[in-house]
Each structure stands twice: as structure tokens, then as C-alpha cells.
Design a protein around this ligand. Structure first.
Ligand code: PEP
Length: 252
């Protein structure tokens, strides 16, 4: 059975001290009342990863970086490699977030290099996809996201594809307070699962966790997660508030 996953994306928020406190608070909530069948992941800034890994119960809370370098190592000033992320004790890497695609020109070609390095280093990619508002308004969102798949994760071997977590995040819903309706989320997730089945077979599609992201919060998570093809969430703003984050974790 595919996993239920709630992953936080802290983005460029919190100082190290604030981040450690946040991780400890989330950890306490998870240990006290977190649903045991939900995988919880905290996507922290690079600077925080080691400290956060050492501040949580590793059997209940996983840690992700929000990016990694497209090269394995060398003269790439300011970059952090997948091997470095692995050496901190983190288990996941968020890849292809729309903010990275948009503000840092992350192309499919770059993403493919990162995906390969993340997988080579035994880390789990949380692969983000999703359409901008203009595409949603034109009604071509399915083709758009399918193309994102075809240019990246559909080039992986079956064995590597099986290691992925996918996060569908309509760009128009990220950080805007506008959430996709429950129907819009289910429709896209079902389409993505069908598309995966067409490429890798039904069994693999049924085992792939597809998370929803985009203004998901303590109030709307229950309705979104009630959909048969929504396997959890990638949570931005609400992951910075432990009381809200735990409600999302327990929203199934
Ligand atoms: C995100 O950045 O992945 C995200 C879903 O953000 P928010 O929840 O704030 O919309």
C-alpha cells in the first residue's frame, strides 16, 4: 500500500535557532499525538539540516533538503551536493519546486542531473510538478504536467521511478491562499496516476505517493486528503506552525 506523507517546506524561513525550536516542537507534537501511519518530513534550509536531524526522533520525523547541486562536487561555489546532504543524515530532497524552476531557471535538463545524483546517493526525491495560472485558465494543465513528467521522471528506470515521491503543486495555489478545490486536486492526481500507469504499469502507479501542495492548511487538509488519489501534502506556510502542521498530519 502506498504511503501517506506530510512534508513541510520551510523555504527560506527561520534562523538556525528558530528552526531547531520549530523541529523540536513538531517532534513533540508528532510523538504525543501524530498518526503513526503518516510519514512526516521537514524540508529545512541546508544550514539547519544536521541540527534538525539531531533534534528529532528519526523513527517518526524525516528531514529533507529543498534542493541540491546538479554536479557531484568540485568548483561550484555556493552549491551543496547530494552527497553532502546524504552525509547530514537527511533522507529526502525536494526537487523541481516551482520557485526553483521560476526564479533559478531550473530546467528539465538540470533537474535530470539532480534526480540522478539524489538517487545515486540513496536519497528520496520529492519531485514537484504543477502548472501556472495561464495554463489552468486555458484548460491545458494535464498536458502541461504530463510534459513535465516526460522530460524528467519518465526518463528514469522503473527501479528508480519507484523510489520517488511526487508532489502536485498548482503554481497559482502556492503561497496565495487560493487552494485547488478538492475536485480539482482529485482530478489531477487521478490523471497523473493514470499517466504513470500508462508508462510504468498499474502496480507501480498504485504504489506511487502523490502529494498535493498549494495553500494546504489545518482547515482544508481533511477535505483534500479524503480524495482517493491524494496521498498527503507538501506544506509551505502552515508547516512553520507546529499546531497547524500536526493537524494536517492528523487530517486523514
Ligand atoms: C510549497 O511551497 O510547496 C507550498 C505548498 O507552499 P504553501 O503551502 O505556502 O502554499
Amino acid at each position: 500500500m502506498r504511503k501517506k506523507i506530510v512534508a513541510g517546506n520551510w523555504k527560506c524561513n527561520t534562523t538556525l535557532q528558530e528552526g531547531i525550536q520549530l523541529a523540536k516542537d513538531v517532534n513533540t507534537q508528532v510523538e504525543e499525538k501524530g498518526a503513526e501511519d503518516v510519514v512526516v518530513v521537514l524540508g529545512t534550509p541546508f544550514t539547519h539540516i544536521t541540527s534538525v536531524v539531531n533534534s528529532v526522533n528519526k523513527t517518526r520525523v524525516g528531514v529533507a533538503s529543498q534542493n541540491c547541486a546538479a554536479e557531484p562536487k568540485g568548483a561550484y561555489t555556493g552549491e551543496v551536493s547530494a552527497a553532502m546532504v546524504k552525509s547530514t543524515g537527511a533522507g529526502y530532497v525536494i526537487l523541481g519546486h516551482s520557485e526553483r524552476r521560476e526564479y533559478y531557471n531550473e530546467t528539465s535538463e538540470i533537474l535530470n542531473k539532480k534526480l540522478a545524483l539524489v538517487l545515486e546517493n540513496g536519497l528520496t526525491p520529492i519531485y514537484c510538478c504543477g502548472e501556472p495560472l495561464s495554463i489552468r485558465e486555458a484548460g491545458t494543465q494535464n498536458d502541461y504536467v504530463k510534459k513535465q513528467f516526460e522530460e524528467t521522471i519518465f526518463r528514469l528506470s522503473v527501479d528508480d521511478f519507484k523510489k520517488l515521491i511526487i508532489a502536485y503543486e498548482p503554481i497559482w495555489a502556492i503561497g496565495t491562499g487560493v487552494t485547488a478545490t478538492s475536485e480539482q486536486a482529485q482530478e489531477m492526481h487521478a490523471f497523473l496516476r493514470e499517466t504513470i500507469a500508462g508508462k510504468f504499469g498499474q502496480e507501480i502507479a498504485d504504489e506511487t505517493s502523490i502529494l498535493y501542495g498549494g495553500s494546504c492548511n489545518a482547515k482544508n487538509a481533511k477535505e483534500l486528503f479524503a480524495n482517493p488519489d491524494v496521498d498527503g501534502g507538501l506544506i509551505g506556510g502552515a508547516s512553520l506552525k507546529p499546531e497547524d502542521f500536526i493537524e494536517i498530519i492528523n487530517a486523514y
